[in-house]
Ligand binder design. Structure first.
Ligand code: ADP
Ligand code: ZN
Length: 736
């Protein structure tokens, strides 16, 4: 009887098909509607397989039961990859916000939060890698089992055992492992923790100095919900120690935490420092991880394991489910902003994530960005100051060395060389900072004045003497170096200017008994090479470090007491309004490598403009007064952070096409509240044979600007663009 009622009930209710709106990993600003078969239950953030064209694609559910446009026959979703959403609600909201804020297609934003394996539609399970230890008597093996005996012997030499994959990599087979397991000569075990630290040290809390303790007391507690603190701690003030203490104090065993660091700071030393206190809870996230490692860490985070994740930019997008606090180290670092595609700022996204999640976020730096400093001054962020070096170390003294009429040897003045000599004879280490890799930034003919340029870019070729090559640092072009001028065949063809290789050569010839260690992108290409270099330096024997930006960031070299800046003038007169800020930050950061141990440090800055007010303030050694000065300039010019900025970038095979498109955008963007600059060719107009131009939009009302950008992007999406013309929008650009 019940059956009869049910029949009538069903007959009366018209069958409403269920639908889902799906995002695909494509650079298009639209979503796709599909039918949902009865046996599949879907929710936002879930991963599905859908038919797309003649193939199938992995998609992410954005909305269920949205009203699809009329008159279109929808195809059904093929299957759900998991029964749970790969992107939990908070992560999903974060990415939707980012998509809207940075004007980037939702699909690509959402997919950024998945590990590569899941983007490709692989199952969300780990390939287990069981860990083995030898446990029996090899004498029990039959005489002909040679390989098994060898495997046992090999395994015995591995402290703590080895994983199956590692065993296979060593030349053995899975079946040999299985045989040994059956004979009970090996047994499965848990991998040892990487540090071998005891529980006791793990539970110890770092002992803070009184100044550190005072700063620690001011850090926002997760119990009080969302708050942003700017920790201004001078170089060597022990910010890392403070983060550790903070996490140890406020994080119990159950919750998750995120520590964002710039790529270059994610050294094994940093990780080891965290592991010392937190053991296997520490996980890392960066672009050099293998796909399997990324999947494994992603799953730990998605499953809500109490992970403390140390990661670069994209770690902020991961599907944390129980995030208790966020730390952003070196918050001023420009590598937090993605330079292409989904151009988000890891730092700003971290602040928004903390807000969504109602937890605190700490932004730490010795040289805060103008944006964060401005927010601190206006009371939006708490400003916590730590202006003493940890231990007994003192801040270094900074001296300007005018080199206008001094003879230079490979870019180094006499006083600089003498200072290095003295430093070495005292058994200490010196660091020489050069802002260019390669041997020299240009090759020039002194007969005809010819300078070798890149055939594809508006740039000069950098001479790399080690490889006898001339290379473009903006595209992949390279050509063999010649002894004669390629234009007039003259012999007076010479390198001009300083690169790290050249400085390395000069120093090697001046100080033949001292190791000279070069650190730049060329010398650290091999995985783990920077680790080796840092270990060598930290062994403490006298040496000279020569390097680029890479050396400026975050490293702790206790025996470096002298820093030489070969040339400080690069950013003084740039047209990019951020150049002075970046110059001062780099100079102070690199200076901060001096005198971090017991001995005090000295910094010599070579310049042709020792009377420049900015360098003068720098020589005082205090950042905030310089920052005040820079902020005043920004305010006068009504530049960020006083107004919001966005840039439309266009590129095509002719400049005309690029400018034309930007001009159309300009016509549509003529609203009173928005100031427009351009369109103008980019600083390096031609790059890899593409001609690039830009249109700058400034507005004091961020919401209004964002809305306008949305409208403009939509119009652009719908208009037919000539072939080969590409455009992009960059919100809060780091480069202008
Ligand atoms: P920052 O990141 O602020 O530049 P670090 O965290 O790298 O500084 O610390 C600088 C140095 O001071 C490190 O060698 C660290 O071990 C040491 N240090 C930090 N805190 C203390 C402390 N409370 N007592 C003694 N040494 C400390
Ligand atoms: Zn080039």
């Amino acid at each position: 009887r019940i059956g009869r009622y049910r029949d009538t009930f069903i007959a009366m209710e018209p069958h409403v098909p269920r639908t889902a709106r799906i995002a695909l990993n494509r650079p298009i600003r639209r979503l796709f509607d599909y039918l949902v078969p009865d046996h599949i239950a879907l929710q936002p953030g879930q991963r599905v397989t859908v038919p797309f064209g003649r193939q199938s694609a992995t998609g992410l559910v954005v909305e269920t039961d949205a009203k699809p446009p009329e008159g279109i026959t929808l195809k059904p979703v093929r299957s759900a990859a998991e029964a749970w959403p790969a992107l939990p609600p908070e992560t999903f909201r974060l990415l939707s916000w980012a998509s809207d804020y940075y004007q980037h297609p939702l699909g690509e934003c959402l997919f950024t939060a998945l590990p590569p394996a899941l983007r490709r539609g692989r199952p969300a399970v780990e390939n287990a890698d069981p860990y083995w230890q030898a446990c029996g008597d090899p004498a029990l093996l039959p005489g002909n089992a040679t390989r098994q005996r060898e495997l046992l012997a090999w395994l015995n030499r591995q402290p703590g055992g080895a994983g199956s994959k590692q065993i296979v990599r060593a030349g053995f087979t899975q079946s040999q492992i299985r045989s040994l397991q059956e004979k009970e000569l090996i047994r499965e075990t848990t991998p040892p923790t990487p540090d071998g630290v005891t529980e006791e040290t793990r539970n110890r809390i770092p002992v803070l100095s009184p100044a550190q303790q005072e700063a620690a007391n001011q850090l926002p507690s997760p119990d009080n919900g969302f708050a942003t603190a700017l920790l201004f701690g001078i170089t060597g003030s022990g910010k890392t120690e403070l983060y550790l203490h903070y996490l140890k104090t406020h994080l119990d065993d159950r919750h998750q935490a995120l520590v964002l660091v710039p790529e270059i700071n994610l050294t094994p030393q940093t990780v080891a420092r965290f592991q010392f206190y937190f053991g296997p809870r520490i996980a890392v996230w960066h672009s050099a991880l293998k796909d399997s490692e990324r999947l494994s860490t992603w799953l730990r985070i998605r499953n809500g394991e109490p992970v403390i994740l140390i990661g670069t930019r994209s770690a902020v997008l991961l599907p944390f489910t129980d995030l208790k606090t966020i730390v952003v180290d070196e918050e001023h670092d420009s590598s937090y902003k993605q330079g292409e595609g989904f151009r988000y700022s890891g730092r700003d996204t971290a602040v928004y994530r903390a807000h969504l999640n109602n937890c605190p976020v700490i932004l730490g730096s010795a040289t805060p960005s103008m944006e964060s400093y401005h927010n601190a001054l206006s009371g939006k962020y708490a400003l916590i100051r730590l202006e003493e070096r940890a231990g007994n170390a003192r801040p270094p003294t900074i001296k300007l060395l005018d080199i206008r009429s001094r003879p230079l040897e490979g870019g180094l003045s006499r006083p600089a060389l003498q200072a290095i000599e003295k430093c070495l004879s005292n058994g200490q280490q010196a660091l020489v900072f050069v802002n260019r890799r390669g041997f020299a930034p240009v090759m020039m003919c002194f007969d005809c004045g010819h300078m070798v340029e890149c055939p594809h870019c508006d740039t000069r070729l950098t001479y790399h003497r080690r490889d006898r090559a001339m290379r473009c640092h903006h595209c992949d072009f390279q050509t063999a170096a010649t002894d004669h001028c390629p234009k007039c065949d003259g012999e007076a063809f010479k390198p001009v200017g300083q690169g790290t290789e050249r400085t390395e050569d000069i120093l090697t010839s001046q100080f033949p008994d001292t190791p000279v260690v070069r650190v730049d992108r060329d010398s650290t290409q091999r995985k783990g090479s920077i680790q080796g270099i840092l270990e060598k330096v930290n062994s403490g024997r006298p040496c000279i470090l020569v390097g680029t930006q890479m050396l400026a960031k975050g490293h702790d070299f206790p025996n470096v007491t002298l820093v030489i800046v070969v040339n400080a003038d690069g950013g003084l007169f740039s047209v990019d309004f951020r150049a002075p800020e970046q110059l001062i930050q780099t100079l102070l950061q690199v200076s901060g490598r001096a005198g971090r141990g017991k001995k005090s440090g000295e910094v010599l800055v070579q310049t042709c403009h020792s009377d420049h007010p900015l360098l003068h303030s720098l020589a005082e050694g205090h950042y905030l007064p310089v920052a005040d000065q820079l902020l005043t300039e920004r305010e006068t010019g009504q530049l960020p952070p006083f107004r919001a900025m966005a840039i439309f970038r266009a590129e095509a095979e002719t400049m005309e096409k690029s400018l034309q498109l930007l001009d159309t955008i300009k016509q549509q963007a003529r609203y009173q509240q928005i100031e427009i600059w351009g369109p103008l060719p980019a600083l390096i107009a031609r790059r890899a044979d593409r001609l690039r131009a830009q249109l700058v939009l400034l507005c004091s009302n961020r919401k209004y600007l964002n809305h306008t950008l949305g409208v403009l992007c939509e119009t652009l999406d719908q208009s037919r663009l000539p072939a080969g013309l590409k455009w992009a929008i960059d919100v809060d650009p780091q480069e202008t």
